[in-house]
Each structure stands twice: as structure tokens, then as C-alpha cells.
Design a protein around this ligand. Structure first.
Ligand code: ADP
Length: 592
């Protein structure tokens, strides 16, 4: 994606609004303190002048001791005040950042979970999420916002310096500006190129994260030790790390050379300012006494101007990073308001559906048409890669087809209100999650409002045939997973737990995709036939490559190469002697 040039202030409104919503009090106090501090800096100058003046008059006998002590006290106070402000500001600015940035992360989670699942198929999507997350973790929005606040006193100070030097000669001002021109270009280029580099490094950074997880995750550690591949992964990680470091190092070195060039120009400016000062002394415009002050004032003008430039350049770079967060929220999917979905009354119709994954070379489904009637138990069979899982996702509106339609009682999913629609589906995915929570949560999480309804949970556990395991490990409140000192379950038990979770929903269409983990085929067969048994009367879809299940289903759909090859009952399909019959005979030994 090409990023067009964006102005530094582009996100100021959004950031201000967001930060103010999160922490109105802290933000107001920090801003107030920053303003007081800059006012204090001006006051400090006049208090210092008054203190020195009073001291001189005291020595001459023109001022009393009390007056002198009063100014001395004020002087000390003015010296200490900025330090107090600094400390308080530091605390306030940092503490809320750490404590409250979670609400920005929370918004990001919300956004990620509302994004159509098909986007998770695109690597660029993961890059976008990673960058948006890093913006928050690096306190990007705070730095951006406070950069503007810091700009204010800086500009005031800058104006003051201009005013001082203008009193000597107006030419000093364009001279200082000109001498900074190369530095200005270097700074802005640095920010732009740095952002571009970080952006390009996103996939590498993600790879590093991933490899780190591979190296430290429990299951993976076991496998790595077993296979002695630890070193290989570690080296792979180090390679990714070194590449990021090398690129960054080379970039910084290139920039350092440019900075040096800019500094040379600044030095030329200083030389010219000295020449101009000598010229002015010669011409009698300034006195010899003013000569030194003039050169010093030029130095501080250059310094102030450079600080302003630096801050502007920073703000430009920070705006790009803030954009990583805000751009992620752009093109918010329209909230589809529709009528409340009451559940399936009649049938789901897949009409001429074709679907291709973003990374797919060919269509995963082509021109698929079928109907699933309410209360029907359908088994979808077919070889690996024939499109079974994809079809199940299309049925549950998890993916939207590029061609064709999916109709629920004659209406598309869009015509129903989203939440009420999805509530009526329960999908037990191939790679279901093994939550390292209690059994209660593992079952109840599919319907959080009922997580304390023991009767309901036990009914689901019983239906999924997991009661015995529950008894063994200590009931609903037993913790699962060794990471949190809980019990571990066998592969089959985890699968049954996932089924219990699926059954626990008030859904009227339940879809079970056979597990990918290599379960003992007989255990799996047993689980799946039981599943068919308990979903009697419910609309259910099982995706399996175990042909034997077909006997227990109301209808079998045979997928082949993304198309529906056959559809019918077990006896119909056996009699027709097609694909199903061929596969049945191939696998028959499992079921005899
Ligand atoms: P099955 O469940 O029958 O094993 P799938 O529905 O998983 O088949 O896959 C159907 C086809 O789509 C296969 O050719 C597979 O390689 C391809 N496919 C599946 N998932 C993806 C994906 N995320 N990206 C690209 N192609 C995919």
C-alpha cells in the first residue's frame, strides 16, 4: 500500500479527543503544568534581573536587607520550581501512559474482532495490526500529542531570541535560517526514511516475535528439545534480529554523515555572523561591548531555531506512527442494522457459490449449490483439500463468497441484525482452542451469561460424553493446563470439551469440523457418531473425511475439487456406485 504524504497535524484532533476521553484530569494537569513552566521560564528571567539589580543597589546602600532577602527567596523559588514541575509532569505523563494505554489496546482488539475473517488470510493485515499495536506500546499517541504542547513554549522562546538579535541587526535572522537549511532537510528526510524503514521491517519484526514464541512456548519447547532443532530456530531468530539491526545501523550511519554536512553549514553561518558583527563594530552600529553579546545571541538563535525545526520534524514522524493506529480504524465496516434473526425456520440455501482465498491459486469452491433443511443432519465428506472446511465457513457466514449467494430462509445474512444472527450458529472449528482456564469456563465461554449455571454446563458435558474425565480431574471448577497448575486432558477429551462448548450455545445450527490433531481414528469415529446422535433434531453439519459417519446422517454431501460431487443418503450413494461408494469401500476396514 502506498502511503501518500500526510501533514504533521493530521491526527491532532483525533489524538486530543481520545487522550482527553481516557484521562481528562491527568491531561489537563500536565498541559497546565507545561504552560506554567513556560510562563515560569519568562518570570525566571525577570526575577533574576531584579535579584541582581537589588543586590547591586544593596551594595550601594540604595536597597534594604529585607528587600534583598525577598528577591533572593524568589530567585531560589524560581530556580526550584521548574524541577518540581518536571518531576510532577514526568510522573503524570508516564503513569497514565502505562496505566491507561490499555483502553487504546482494547479499542484495537474490538476493531480486530469486528473485521471480516477473510482479512486474516492477508499477511498485510497482520502487518497493520502489528504496527497499530506498536504505536500504542511505544506511547506513540502521547509523544505526538505532547510534542505539540512542547512546541508552544519553544516557539515563544524562539520569538524572544529573534527579538533580542533583531535589536543588533536584522540580517542575523536570515543568516541563521539559511545556515540551518541543510539541517532542516536532513531532519525531515530522517523522519520520513526512518518511518519507511520501520514500516518495511514489520514482517521481519513479526517473524522475530513468532520465532521467539516458537522458542519459548511449552509444547514447542518439548518438540524442539526432542528434535534438537532449537539451535536452528535460535539462529533463524538471530538472523532476523541482525537484519533489523544492520539495516538500522546503516541507516543511522548514513544519517550521521548527513547531519555532519548540515553542521558544516551551521559553522559557515557562525563564521558569517562573526564577520557581520565585526562589520557592524567597524561601522559603529554596535559597540565593542555589544560584540560578544551579539555573537552569543546568534548562537542561541541558531540553537533555538534548530530546536523548533527538530520538533517539527519529530512531529511529522510521530504523525506517521500515529497514523499506523488511526488508519487501522478507517473504512469502519458499516454497521448493518437489520431485523432480529429468530433462527432457521426453513432452510439454508447455497446458490451457485464460488470462493477463492486471497492466497489461493484456484477456487476453493466453484459453483456450489445445495440446501440444508432445518433439523437435517448433514455430513460433508471428501478428500483433503476438496473444500469441506471452506464450505462449512460459507454456511456459517464466516467467509463471504465472491460469487453466488447464501440465503437463510430466502434472505442474505446482511438482512439480519448481526448479533442475533451469529447467536444462532455454533461452530466447533478444526483447530479449536484449548483454553488454559477452568472446565467451567472452557464450556461456558460460548455463552458467558450462563457460566455459573452448573446444571446447563453439566448437561452439555454429559451430552459431549466428558463426565468421566470431569469426575477424574475434580469437576467443573478444575483448572486445566499445566501452565496454571491445572490438569491436562487427552486429545479426545479436549475435543469433547470443545463439543460441550459448542453444544452449550443456544444455537440452532451447529457445525463441527473434524479435528486436525491426529486423534486415534476409532476415538474420533466414536466422538463424531455420538455427536450425530446428540444433535438429533438440530440442524447440524459435520465435516469429516471419515466416510463411515455417513450411515448415521440424514444426508451426505460429497465434495471433490471444490464442487459437490454427490449428495444423498448412505444407501442411495452406495447404490449409485460413485465417489462415495469408492471411498466407502476404501475405508470400510475401519468400521467393521
Ligand atoms: P478440506 O476441508 O476439504 O480439506 P479446505 O476447504 O480446507 O479443504 O480447502 C479447499 C482448498 O482451498 C484447498 O485447495 C486448499 O489448499 C485451499 N485453501 C484452504 N485454506 C486456504 C487458505 N487459507 N489460503 C489459500 N488456500 C487455501
Amino acid at each position: 500500500m502506498k502511503k501518500e504524504r500526510k501533514s504533521a497535524v493530521r491526527y491532532f484532533g483525533k489524538v486530543t479527543k481520545d487522550l482527553y476521553t481516557i484521562m481528562p484530569t491527568e491531561l489537563s494537569i500536565v498541559i497546565l503544568m507545561k504552560l506554567l513552566k513556560s510562563a515560569g521560564a519568562f518570570l525566571q528571567v525577570s526575577v533574576t534581573a531584579m535579584f541582581f539589580d537589588t543586590a547591586a543597589r544593596y551594595l550601594e546602600g540604595a536597597a534594604g536587607r529585607e528587600e534583598l532577602l525577598k528577591w533572593a527567596g524568589l530567585f531560589v523559588l524560581m530556580m526550584g520550581l521548574p524541577w518540581i514541575f518536571d518531576a510532577a509532569e514526568e510522573g503524570l505523563q508516564n503513569i497514565p501512559m502505562f496505566l491507561k494505554h490499555h483502553s487504546l489496546i482494547y479499542r484495537l482488539h474490538n476493531r480486530v474482532t469486528s473485521i471480516p475473517l477473510i482479512r486474516f488470510e492477508e499477511p498485510e493485515f497482520y502487518n497493520e495490526v502489528w504496527r497499530a499495536k506498536m504505536c500504542i506500546y511505544n506511547s506513540g499517541l502521547f509523544h505526538y500529542f505532547f510534542g505539540f504542547i512542547d512546541l508552544l513554549p519553544l516557539i515563544l522562546q524562539f520569538a524572544g531570541t529573534i527579538w533580542v538579535i533583531a535589536a543588533f541587526h536584522i540580517y542575523f535572522i536570515p543568516l541563521a535560517m539559511l545556515s540551518l537549511l541543510p539541517s532542516l532537510i536532513v531532519r525531515f528526510r530522517y523522519e520520513k526514511e526512518q518511518y519507511a524503514m520501520r514500516r518495511a521491517q514489520t514482517p521481519l519484526e513479526r517473524e522475530k516475535d513468532y520465532l521467539w514464541e516458537v522458542l519459548t512456548g511449552k509444547n514447542l519447547v518439548k518438540e524442539l528439545r526432542m528434535m534438537e532443532t532449537e539451535n536452528y530456530i535460535r539462529e533463524k531468530w538471530a538472523k532476523a534480529r541482525d537484519q533489523v539491526m544492520d539495516e538500522t545501523f546503516r541507516f543511522e550511519m548514513k544519517n550521521a554523515n548527513r547531519v555532519l554536512l548540515g553542521d558544516l553549514f551551521k559553522l559557515c553561518g557562525v563564521t558569517a555572523s562573526i564577520a557581520l558583527s565585526i562589520y557592524l563594530v567597524d561601522k559603529g552600529v554596535i559597540s565593542l561591548g555589544q560584540f560578544a553579546a551579539c555573537i552569543a545571541a546568534f548562537g542561541s538563535l541558531q540553537f533555538m531555531a534548530e530546536s523548533v525545526i527538530n520538533l517539527f520534524a519529530y512531529q511529522k514522524g510521530r504523525a506517521d506512527f500515529a497514523g499506523d493506529y488511526y488508519d487501522f480504524f478507517e473504512n469502519e465496516p458499516e454497521k448493518e442494522e437489520g431485523k432480529k434473526y429468530q433462527g432457521l425456520r426453513d432452510e439454508i440455501e447455497i446458490r451457485n457459490v464460488s470462493f477463492r482465498y486471497p492466497a489461493g491459486e484456484k477456487e476453493a469452491l466453484s459453483k456450489v449449490s445445495l440446501r440444508i433443511r432445518k433439523g437435517e443432519r448433514v455430513v460433508i465428506v471428501g478428500e483433503n483439500g476438496s473444500g469441506k472446511t471452506t464450505l462449512s465457513k460459507i454456511i456459517a457466514d464466516i467467509y463471504r463468497p465472491q460469487e453466488g449467494q447464501v440465503l437463510y430462509d430466502g434472505q442474505s445474512a446482511d438482512s439480519y441484525e448481526r448479533n442475533s444472527f451469529y447467536k444462532k450458529f455454533s461452530v466447533i472449528q478444526q483447530n479449536f482452542v484449548k483454553y488454559q482456564f477452568s472446565v467451567r469456563e472452557n464450556i461456558g465461554i460460548s455463552m458467558p451469561s450462563q457460566v455459573h449455571n452448573d446444571e446447563r454446563l453439566m448437561k452439555s458435558a454429559k451430552a459431549a460424553d466428558i463426565e468421566a474425565a470431569l469426575k477424574r480431574i475434580g469437576g467443573l471448577d478444575a483448572q486445566l493446563g499445566r501452565e496454571f497448575d491445572g490438569a491436562d486432558l487427552s486429545g479426545g477429551e479436549w475435543q469433547k470439551l470443545a463439543i460441550a462448548r459448542g453444544l452449550n450455545r443456544d444455537a440452532d445450527v451447529i457445525i463441527l469440523d473434524e479435528p486436525t490433531s491426529a486423534l486415534d481414528p476409532l476415538v474420533e469415529y466414536d466422538i463424531l457418531t455420538k455427536f450425530l446422535d446428540i444433535t438429533k433434531g438440530k440442524t447440524s453439519v459435520i465435516i469429516s473425511h471419515r466416510i463411515g459417519l455417513g450411515k448415521f446422517a440424514d444426508r451426505i454431501i460429497v465434495m471433490k475439487g471444490g464442487r459437490v460431487a454427490e449428495s444423498g443418503t448412505h444407501s442411495q450413494l452406495l447404490a449409485s456406485g460413485g465417489e462415495y461408494s469408492r471411498m466407502w469401500h476404501e475405508q470400510a476396514r475401519w468400521y467393521q
